[in-house]
Unconditional design. Sequence first.
Length: 368
Amino acid sequence: MILGVNAEQEELRASVRRFLADRAPLTRVRELMDGGETDWAVWEQAGAQLGLQGLAIPEAYGGAGFGFAEQAIVLEEFGAALYGGPYLASAVLAATALLASPDEGARRGLLPDIASGATVATLAFTEDNGSWDPGAIRLSAVKDGDSWRLDGHKSFVLDGATAGLILVVAATDAGLSLFAVEGDEVARTALPTLDQTRQLARLEFAGVTGRLIGSPGDGAAVLDRTLDVAAIALAAEQLGGAQRALDMAVEYAKIRRQFDRPIGSFQAIKHRCADLLLEVESLRSAVGYAAAAVAEDSPEIPMLAPLVKAYASETYFHVAAENIQIHGGIGFTWEHDAHLYFKRAKASELFLGDGAYHRERLAARIGL
């Protein structure tokens, strides 16, 4: 595997960082989260100017044909900026599910619009219990002539209220299967969230017609691959948030004075920041290795994904919490940005499964 970051990838990082600083600063993030909105102009510009939605989609399906290593860099920058657009839902979850499917027709029919950003897609997996265990899925799909009828619900669907294409995981007689459903065919309700920079929805399926992706029973294998890649993608985003929270803490420690000295000169604060730096750099190494593994389609992915996601969740949450502590009383106030990273850290810890879930997943895979 090729580890490290080359000059082209550094330029990509710089371009994305400039774009976000100009078009989606934290002041704009706050405006959008107050109304539960998405800045569609920024979404369109991200596609038209930088081609981000199709970055890791092969050229044969309308994408740019880059690898997951480049996409991980984009996700890291999005995490640092708390970008709330549907990138993780559409360009990662939905696109990966289609690429993992054996259905060539679905890939050719659906991926080009996802790659261009014209279609926002998402993956509807969890239900009201919030479990990421495939065995917890109760939404059913029944063959009805030449089509399939879906009945049930999905909950905590990322960007589910605005997605034009919903890939639904449903139980059939042959096992878990994947279906494509048009967004306007589903009753959708936006859900209140701890992290207001992200949008979740509950979807109701009442005899909704779905298009089968692949064959009945293909869903389990497709989901294994999709959730592994998504876990590493989310870890990359968590890395960006953890790094930004650490930078905030260190910067504040330099300017906040107590007893006529910057608090960063006190040994207790020095040690705290040094420990956080060690955690973040360890996470950076882990994410870099896992992203390279995905880019090379390494057989290590099933072991790396739960390991990296568990570590990323705990690291981000710890760094975000310590950032609030180092900021003292102002760190938890609504006006300060530190609490936004804390909320994103907690929400990201739970999304796709928390650390305990992923450790159990890893243990099962290695036979413990």
